[in-house]
Design a protein around this ligand. Structure first.
Ligand code: M6R
Length: 614
């Protein structure tokens, strides 16, 4: 969603802002803009539809002098992507400028009120209403910018992370947040602002995460001050970032997505580090250990997530029910929240989120918390809002995922869920020692097996070249491989814009089979496991209708090879861990098809990495 950067200090702000906006490009956006001021109090204010490069091109030789500034990448909610709707937005007198991530839900009524008082609006956005409201309150109440922002926000319904700048006071920025993330970087003599740490990490590791309904002022002269919207003083908690700058670079790969796919042997290993030791029969998720008894005695575990994280949640359901025999439900966070769910203090809610900022997941957590449930989290981004909102949790340790299409985060999430299921099963005694040992040894070998699967990259590229121009694709899997089929379809559609559907293989005959003809590629997970023979029959059914079959099979498989048009082999593994291996060829196939179709794989159209609006 929208990206925010800000700077106040002694350095020239322009380069910091532009670099910051480029670091935020991965979040997905349609326009960008900056505002810069300095001691001369002349506000420079540029915005453009399109990529940051377009903005830079537009700015060209125009003046960018100034040591205080704000920058924004917009993901359109109210009004189309154009120059007028891009941020920053200015007050009527042009003295105040504001950038915003979120949605002001009552903007229409506020706008009507302001129009009655003579305010004129230049854009369709909810954001412009907010800066006019701040201007009005500042004038009517004759208060400082900080106070005007504070008072205005008490009238606002919705979500926001905002930064406001006053051209007549080029010493300070005012920031506030509710339900959208905002981070302040503390430098030696300066301050940095970001919607996440990526635009800040280059300059400082010391950060303060603003909490909901907090408002901050950062000033060259007076440092950092934070208050609650109700005027209560807050003492800032400074945290140290663990992230390293080099992980934000492509490291020689043409796209972040490919880099992240190839990082998986390492990220899965990092995810397991210290949590499993097969030799000693040890498996544990430190962060969740204190809640183990509560989980074992719970009515059920409700997994809430969106998109790829929801697919990981489905694998989690299979794992936990299969191994630990605990009842699990998997819910789309957005649906869970609005269907008046029955939850109580005997329920465990497990939220899964790569970014830790997904608004629907966050809202579902808050609802479950209000009903007394215990909330656990599996997040990738350290210090993210969801990781702070949960009672306990486990990080996936996959490192920053920049490509909008989730890859390494998915396999790390499934790894954490495997560890959780095994550790619960061990504690509950629902798994025989010999089986536990076998699974633990197998889990430890997964990074190596992932490295082997990655060797199929050239083959995936060849297959991609054959099918890159199709309009539709079907993905089938059964048991543990059903979520893999869903994830494969999501990967293809989101980056190549080819329509794709994932189905449980046996459901094909209940409808989707009608779609099969010689034009239709069907991607099937047919690895060795309890439903192997049944899936082979499904492949025969597709072939009988002249569909094209691309199948993921266990190394050495002969039966599917005879029937399918193409096979991609993966090493043998226990069925519980097959999703980790089987998903990788689907990631590679989608990647190559998208590249061949000249799609922007890292920033697909209309998508955002961190979905911070509901
Ligand atoms: O950050 P989250 O895991 O909460 O994000 C959830 C979805 O928005 C995300 O998985 C999305 O579906 C990805 N683009 C999938 O590749």
């Amino acid at each position: 969603m929208c990206g925010i950067v800000g700077y106040v200090g002694e350095k020239q702000a322009y380069d910091i802002l532009i670099k910051g906006l480029k670091r935020l490009e991965y979040r997905g956006y349609d326009s960008s803009g900056i505002a810069i001021s300095g001691d001369e109090k002349d506000l420079k204010f540029y915005k453009r539809k399109g990529k940051v490069a377009k903005l830079e091109e537009f700015i060209g030789d125009r003046s960018t002098k100034g040591t205080i500034g704000i920058g924004h990448t917009r993901w359109a909610t109210h009004g189309p992507a154009n120059d007028e709707n891009a941020h920053p937005h200015a007050s009527g007198d042009g003295n105040l400028v504001l950038i915003h991530n979120g949605i002001i839900e009552n903007y229409a009524s506020l706008k009507k009120e302001l129009e009655k008082r003579g305010h004129k609006f230049l854009s369709d956005t909810d954001t412009e209403v907010l800066i006019h409201l701040i201007e009005e309150v500042k004038k009517q109440e004759n208060v400082s910018l900080f106070e005007a922002v504070r008072l205005s926000l008490t009238e606002v319904v919705g979500a926001y992370a905002i930064v406001v700048m006053d051209k007549n006071n080029p010493d300070e920025l005012v920031l506030a947040k509710k339900s959208s993330p905002l981070v302040i970087g503390i430098g030696d003599n300066d301050f940095y602002v970001g919607s996440d740490a990526t635009p800040i990490i280059e300059y400082t590791k010391n950060v303060v995460y603003l909490e909901d309904e907090e408002i901050a002022i950062i000033s060259k002269k007076n440092g950092l001050k934070i208050k609650k919207l109700n005027n209560q003083d807050i003492s800032p908690t400074i945290q140290e970032l663990q992230m390293k700058l080099d992980v934000l670079e492509k490291g020689g790969y043409p796209h972040f997505m490919l880099k992240e796919i190839f990082e998986q042997p390492k990220t899965i290993l990092d995810c397991m580090r210290g949590r499993v030791n097969a030799q000693k029969g040890f498996v544990s998720l430190g962060g969740i250990e204190d809640y183990a008894t509560k989980i074992l005695n719970a009515n059920r575990i409700i997994i809430i997530a969106c998109g790829t994280s929801w697919h990981a949640g489905l694998v989690g359901e299979y794992l936990i029910e299969d191994l630990a025999r605990i009842n699990v439900e998997v819910e789309y966070a957005s649906e869970f929240r609005y269907r008046n769910p029955i939850i109580n203090e005997n329920d465990i809610v497990l939220a899964i989120s790569q970014s830790g900022e997904t608004a629907d997941t966050l809202a579902a957590i808050k609802l479950a918390k209000s009903k007394g449930a215990t909330i656990l989290g599996i997040c990738n981004v350290v210090g993210s809002t969801i990781s702070r909102e949960t009672h306990a949790g486990a990080y996936t340790h996959a490192g920053p995922e920049i490509g909008v299409a989730s890859t390494k985060a998915f396999t790390a999430q499934v790894t954490v869920l495997s560890l959780l299921a095994l550790s619960l099963a061990q504690k509950k005694g629902t798994i025989e020692k010999s089986k536990l040992n076998r699974l633990l040894f197998e889990l430890e070998s997964i990074p190596e097996k992932v490295a082997e699967v990655l060797k199929s990259d050239d083959l995936c590229k060849e297959i991609a070249a054959i099918y890159k121009d199709v309009n539709n694709a079907l993905y089938l899997g059964r048991g543990y491989s059903f979520p893999v089929a869903l994830e494969g379809a999501l990967k293809l559609k989101e980056i190549s814009y080819i329509h794709a559907e994932g189905y449980p293989a046996a459901e094909m005959k209940h409808g989707p089979i009608a779609l099969i003809d010689e034009e239709m590629p069907v991607f099937v997970v047919a690895t060795k496991g309890p439903s192997y023979e049944k899936v082979v029959s499904n492949i025969q059914e597709v072939k009988a209708r002249k569909g094209k079959v691309i199948s993921i099979v266990t190394k050495g498989d002969e039966d599917v090879k005879k029937a399918a048009d193409h096979v991609i082999e993966i090493p043998h593994t226990e069925e519980q861990f097959a999703p980790i291996l089987a998903t990788i060829p689907f990631q590679l196939l989608s990647y190559h098809m998208a590249v061949m179709r000249e799609c922007n794989v890292d920033q697909p159209r209309n998508l955002a990495k961190s979905v911070t609006v509901e």
